[in-house]
Design a protein around this ligand. Structure first.
Ligand code: HEC
Length: 718
């Protein structure tokens, strides 16, 4: 027996202890299966994922079996050539298997599938290798992200996906590490810290592999950081280059010519606040042009008056950057929202396509960023082609066709008044992937509409630590009651709405839309049989006719979905997999289906597997807990709840996927309230410790507010 098999035997005997070792892959029994050479086991993975090299990635789209990279291919169009499932037979699409991932927090990841093995990421940057033939976990890797990190992330402890290359799985962790795992065992090969750990950086996005390098960005612009992306050698983990997206302190040497140029568009002392521009999601790559496209995020803080008081475009916030992947040099940029002040990120998915425009074949890229305009650019040189509103927009009248700059409505800048702005900070479209079908010529956008009131917060002070003031956000947005508020007359739009939009980028208009119950719906998958698949926030998995939006198939998956479905082929059968588990922070603010454990559902033609029991509601009744409180205490508690707790919790608002609805907290929880909230009793589960920010009295006021809201909800439900 070799050392490994000793370890495996030991793990079998003490499987619990092995499973809980920090930073280790788990599931001893599947390792044993691997040793025994059972098909679909770990050994099998080594054989089949070995050949994922540059060439296979360049042709990822044409290799029909697999889903090898985040957006399916380098163009990130999420258009699968598979046609076994089509409009004629979709009636027989049924469940092949479902797998409970044992988590209730939100799942946003795109599953990767190579030769029948699925690689999925989950909350706290966990990685799962799943045998798609059986629907069972082969190994699971927990990078042991400190649970206190939960308060440094704007929008839940999510992860959107992994990358595969030469027998390895790459994942960026919430606390800023980039880890290469052995695909066959889930054991780390190397790990590098990609961020300055004294700053509130986080990683939720998927790494991409380009020319043997792993490219990774980061997030944290709500807390005060400076954005960048870094390329590491995929095999050794050695840093190859880093590209900052906004300039640092001009008293120090600039890292690149791009930074020197960018610094001219900033004023004041922005670098003290980080500046922002974090690249936390979108990338695409054109191997022929040798250009890597990266979308950058919002300003940090949001209000330009604080960040750059003399004005300026503040490059390269909210921009699409074309970077030479060999050396990390900027080749061109296009800024969607100059002088960004609304959290209008351009980190939304980027899709590359070739379109015939005015009789000419053009290499273009497309994006539907948060600011509500659908952009088409020439991806060879960044030239502006078109931008049109795909949802209701009031911050700009349009985009100037010659300069490519937005025609802003001055009041949207909330300098002298508070202002109702559309879209809101969650965007006309967020990270939820869109898809492009070249047969229909349509882009399918999981869109949303809402209005938010923005105001200059006269009392804002920069908080270096992040996670210290209120919910820790450093966004500097407030509501100044001493100045007037400009209201949008379409007040009805304030109710957030969600819709799936089929957009024609050539005719520059919407072709069809499906209005949805909720506004935080799942990412989209398009297939060559002209189907569009999407999971919804209210718990359905739906297939639409790509030509007209007619529903051709749907099933209930019990709970809300935000992750995009994927499709792949194993042993001659086409499968569609969907990860259900709603969350992502903002999602919680709205009504949804009941909370369900995170699950992978996999469908195939003729699938007959029974659905698992759905959890009908979290707790059926709100407990009756006696308390006494004055109105002042309750009002004070409400204010504190809004700034400290509401990013994660709701009260009497139904399900979701982030943190418990506090109306349902038990008498025991309320007896331990101070220990949970101030002393960090639930820190290991991701509930922050507030002892350094909230006094005992303040905490008790929050509790009184929770109890009074719960009581009201109890009466209403009677
Ligand atoms: C970063 C997200 C986050 C924030 C902010 C947050 N919580 Fe939590 N909280 C959680 C999570 C996650 C749990 C669930 C832990 C578990 O799995 O049991 C939790 C659990 C709780 C519980 C126990 C609920 C139960 O029924 O077991 C209470 C009470 C609570 N939080 C109160 C608060 C209060 C009060 C605030 C604001 C001062 C707050 N939380 C802010 C994430 C958060």
């Amino acid at each position: 027996m070799n050392r490994d098999s000793h370890l495996i035997l030991l793990c079998l005997l003490l499987s619990l202890a092995c499973n809980r070792r920090p930073g280790q892959a788990t599931n001893a029994s599947s390792k044993t299966a691997a040793l025994m050479g059972i098909p679909g086991s770990a050994t099998h993975i080594r054989q089949v994922t070995g050949p994922i090299d540059d060439d296979r990635l360049v042709h990822a789209g044409d290799r029909q079996q697999d889903w090898l990279t985040y957006g399916l291919n380098y163009a990130e169009d999420r258009y699968s050539p598979l046609t076994q499932i089509n409009k004629d037979n979709i009636r027989t699409l049924g469940l092949a298997w479902s797998l409970d991932l044992g988590t209730q927090r939100g799942l946003e990841a795109t599953a990767l599938v190579a030769d029948g093995i699925m690689f999925l990421t989950g909350p706290w940057s966990m990685v799962y290798a799943i045998d798609t033939r059986k629907g069972s976990v082969i190994w699971k890797y927990d990078p042991q992200v400190p649970r206190s990190y939960g308060e440094k992330t704007c929008c839940d402890v999510v992860n959107r996906g992994a990358a595969l290359f030469k027998g390895r799985v790459y994942v960026g962790t919430l606390d800023g590490r980039l880890i290469a795992l052995d695909a066959s065992t889930g054991i780390p090969v190397w790990s590098v810290m990609t961020v300055d750990t004294t700053k509130p950086y986080s990683i939720t996005g998927a790494p991409r592999i380009v020319q043997g390098k792993v490219i990774i960005g980061n997030g944290g612009a709500e807390y005060g950081v400076r954005g960048y992306i870094t390329a590491y050698d995929a095999l050794s983990g050695k840093q190859v280059w880093r590209f900052y997206t906004v300039p640092g302190d001009p008293a120090k040497p600039f890292e690149s010519k791009a930074m020197k140029d960018a610094a001219r568009t900033w004023t004041g002392e922005w670098w003290k606040y980080g500046g922002g521009g974090t690249a936390w999601d979108a990338m695409a790559y054109d191997p022929a042009l040798n250009l890597l496209y990266v979308g950058t995020g919002n300003g940090s803080p949001w209000d330009r008056n604080y960040r750059s008081p003399g004005g300026g475009d503040n490059l390269y916030l909210s921009s699409i950057l074309a970077i030479n992947p060999e050396n990390g040099q900027l080749v061109w940029y296009y800024q969607t929202t100059p002088g960004e002040s609304w959290d209008f990120t351009a980190t939304q998915p980027i899709i590359l396509a070739d379109l015939i425009l005015k009789g000419q074949k053009r290499k273009i890229l497309m994006q539907a960023p948060k600011n509500g305009f659908f952009y088409v650019l020439d991806r060879t040189n960044g030239a502006f082609i078109s931008a049109d509103p795909y949802v209701y927009v009031n911050w700009a009248k349009g985009v100037d066709q010659t300069s490519g700059r937005p025609l802003e409505n001055r009041s949207a800048r909330y300098t002298k008044e508070n202002s109702d702005v559309a879209p809101d900070y969650d965007g006309g479209h967020n990270w939820h992937p869109m898809a492009y079908n070249p047969r229909t010529g349509l882009v399918y956008i999981p869109a949303r509409e809402n209005i938010a009131t923005y105001g200059h917060d006269p009392n804002w002070i920069y908080n270096k630590r992040g996670g210290g003031v209120g919910n820790g956000w450093n966004v500097s947005i407030g509501f100044d009651s001493s100045v007037p508020t400009r209201r949008d007359t379409l007040a009805s739009r304030k109710d957030p709405r969600g819709m799936l939009i089929a957009w024609d980028p050539v005719q520059r208009k919407e072709i069809w839309r499906v209005d949805q119950k909720n506004n935080w719906n799942g990412g989209v998958l398009a297939t060559a049989s002209d189907l569009v698949f999407q999971g919804t926030a209210d718990g359905f998995f739906v297939a639409y006719d790509a030509k007209n939006g007619a529903v051709v198939w749907q099933v209930s998956v019990g709970g809300g979905v935000i992750a995009p479905p994927v499709t792949y082929m194993v042993d001659g059968r086409q499968y569609v997999s969907l990860v259900a588990g709603w969350g992502g922070g903002v999602g919680m603010k709205f009504k949804s289906a009941p909370l369900q454990p995170g699950r992978v559902y996999t469908f195939t033609l003729g699938g007959t597997k029974e659905f698992p029991e759905f959890n009908k509601s979290i707790v059926t009744s709100i407990p009756e807990i006696p308390f006494s409180a004055t109105n002042e205490e309750i009002t004070h508690g409400r204010e504190l709840f809004r700034s400290y707790c509401s990013t994660c919790h709701v009260i009497a608002h139904g399900g979701g996927g982030l943190a418990p609805d506090l109306a349902f907290a038990s008498p025991t929880t309320h007896r331990n309230f101070l220990a949970i909230v101030r002393d960090g009793a639930y820190l290991p589960f991701g509930m922050p410790r507030f002892g350094n920010r909230l006094s005992e009295r303040e905490t008790l006021d929050i509790q009184k507010f929770i109890l009074s809201s719960a009581k009201r909800a109890r009466y209403q439900s009677k």
